[in-house]
Design a protein around this ligand. Structure first.
Ligand code: OXD
Ligand code: MN
Length: 581
């Protein structure tokens, strides 16, 4: 009797007609073999193996360099269940339309059967998925990003309980590119892209879009959040989860290195992009990182902004769309040291210092194993996860939002997350630098109606006897002259210290209309080039500006009609009232 997996592989092979089928075991030998084949075909290029052993370069099609949100669909039976936050197609229509693109798509290609686990191998919170792909680049990247191969097929056995993901790079034409989610069937279909979040289906498609849908059904949270532990000088470690929109410094924050001034503190990385959080028997929220690797943004990464990741990516890393120096080493804008005089740019064209174009694509990436990161927490693969004491919501905002503030309670905290907005970045196609609403940094990743998502957050909070405290942060506030007011990076630890002090009830705070703000003495700025005046600007709450912002928030909530929980409307009104008094 064929297993459910064998039956489904057979069905997909009937549709896509691959020349061969390769069942991935996830072994080192298999990785080496696939790498060798990709070097021969030009899919990968060798980087300087003395300086970057086991590291390769991949160049994607120039039309395929970021997640494509406008081609991403949630196909629920009812349109309202996908919500105004998602593109929607009826499932039958989606299958017909995109089925035609899959038909014969793997002719002359190998289909790789990629079983994977999201989450630590033995955790009860982990999930098995299987991606069928015609891209060996995807297969090897999945080995880095997940627990891939035999370990996953062993866990699956003959069970029918797994997320099914069918992926073909198709012909890479954006007119024939679709990333489809069928949450009611735990099914993913992606065609026409070989890039990151579009193609490595375990990450955004499974762990976030389907994950969030399943989390609502089952009473937990799948979030676009890093997880870190902060060990203080007394040896106490406190765990924090933090949501930031794409390319807002999440990876850097997750691996923060305390500056010398912050002696005795240590930051431990548990995850840098996604958190699965379950209510525990003790009334706390427990988080696991479903991933096993980092798919991080390269530009701007250097020994100052993130020394830990710079060390991580020196071996066994695939770089995508970075530039290469004549020495065969990777290069991107913002790397350490002077830029090279000449290089080969991300499209394989000659580049010189005088060029007006970027050498690396602004969304160029590294795919690297988490276990190589020197800051990984000893708890990062704990099957029970880590207990979360604080949740941060952050965005990139030049004005309005203070450096940090705390919600009055869980419901108000959900309101802070729901009203998040941020300036857009290069992580998705579209204009960069435009302020867009991005509730909880989940706008591109929530696999169902966001009104229902807010209601789910409220419900989860009600079930926690010891919920995390909720904060908003903004490292990006600017002076009227356009200068960043806060130094950011490692110095963000000073803000995290206030968060810890609040969580442990060790410091007071000023009650303002928007939430609890630090007293000036609450943020340690010793030794920083941050004057008392600057700190005042960073923590300023301009009641008039805030009052002007509320109608925009209400207008956004209106989009969700009767799916919008009344509690969040009450929060709007309560905020308005506090601003008037
Ligand atoms: C990512 C993203 O790749 O958020 O993590 O775009
Ligand atoms: Mn992300």
């Amino acid at each position: 009797m064929p297993t459910p997996l064998e039956r489904w592989v057979d069905e997909c092979a009937q549709l896509t007609r691959p020349k061969n089928i390769h069942w991935c075991d996830g072994s080192e030998a298999e990785y080496q073999k696939l790498t060798k084949e990709m070097l021969a075909s030009g899919t990968l290029m060798e980087l300087n193996q003395r300086e970057y052993p086991g590291c390769y370069l991949h160049r994607s099609d120039p039309s395929d360099v970021a997640r494509t949100e406008h081609l991403t669909f949630v196909c629920t039976s009812k349109k309202d269940d996908a919500g105004p936050n998602n593109n929607w197609m009826p499932p039958a229509e989606a299958k017909e339309k995109v089925g035609a693109l899959f038909s014969g798509a793997m002719k002359d290609r190998t289909m790789y059967v990629v079983p994977y686990i999201m989450g630590p191998t033995t955790s009860r919170y982990s999930q098995v998925g299987v991606e069928l792909t015609d891209s060996p680049y995807v297969a090897v990247s999945m080995r880095t990003m997940t627990r891939m191969g035999k370990v996953a097929s062993d866990r699956l056995g003959s069970s029918d309980h797994f997320v099914r993901g069918l992926h073909s790079i198709g012909d890479l034409n954006p007119d024939r590119r679709f990333i489809l989610h069928f949450p009611e069937e735990r099914l993913l279909w992606s065609v026409g892209s070989g890039y990151g979040g579009n193609a490595l289906l375990g990450k955004k498609c499974h762990a976030l879009r389907l994950g969030s849908y399943m989390a609502r059904e089952e009473g937990w949270l799948a979030e676009h959040m890093l997880i870190l532990g902060i060990e203080d000088p007394s040896g106490r470690t406190t765990y924090v989860a933090a949501a930031f929109p794409s390319a807002c410094g999440k990876t850097n924050l997750a691996m923060l290195v305390p500056p010398v001034s912050q002696k005795g503190y240590k930051v431990w990385t548990v995850g840098e992009d996604i958190a699965w959080m379950h209510p525990g028997p003790d009334g706390r929220l427990w988080a696991i990182n479903p991933e096993a690797g980092f798919f991080g943004v390269a530009p701007g990464t250097n020994m100052k902004t993130n020394p830990n990741v710079m060390r991580t990516i020196r071996t066994n890393t695939i770089f995508t769309n970075v530039a290469v120096t004549p020495h065969g080493t990777p290069y991107w804008e913002g790397m350490d040291g002077p830029p090279p005089h000449e290089a080969i740019d991300w499209q394989g064209k000659p580049w010189t210092l005088d060029s007006t174009t970027k050498a690396a694509h602004p969304n160029s990436r590294f795919t690297t194993p988490a276990r190589q990161c020197p800051a990984m927490s000893p708890e990062w693969e704990n099957p029970d996860g880590v207990p979360i004491s604080a949740i941060l919501f952050g965005g990139r905002r030049a004005s309005l939002i203070p450096l940090v503030y705390q919600s009055f309670n869980w419901q108000h905290g959900v309101f802070l997350g729901a009203t998040m907005a941020s300036e857009t970045t290069a992580a998705a196609t579209g204009a960069v630098g435009v302020v867009r609403r991005d509730p909880m940094a989940m706008l591109p990743f929530c696999g169902y109606n966001m009104g229902d998502y807010f209601a789910h957050w409220l419900r989860v909070g009600k079930g926690l006897t010891n919920p995390p405290q909720i904060f908003r942060v903004n490292w990006f506030r600017m002076s009227p002259e356009g200068k960043y007011l806060w130094p950011g990076f490692g110095e963000n630890l000073r803000v995290l210290r206030w968060v810890l002090n609040r969580v442990h009830g060790e410091v007071g705070a000023a009650e303002t209309p928007i939430g609890y703000l630090p007293y000036f003495s609450g943020i340690d700025v010793t030794g920083l080039d941050v004057s008392a005046g600057t700190l005042k600007e960073l923590l300023d709450v301009d009641k008039k500006e805030w009052a002007e912002a509320v109608p925009g928030q209400k207008e956004y909530f209106q989009k969700y009609g009767d799916r919008m929980p009344k509690e969040l409307w009450q929060e709007c009104e309560a905020l308005e009232k506090r601003l008037q008094s």
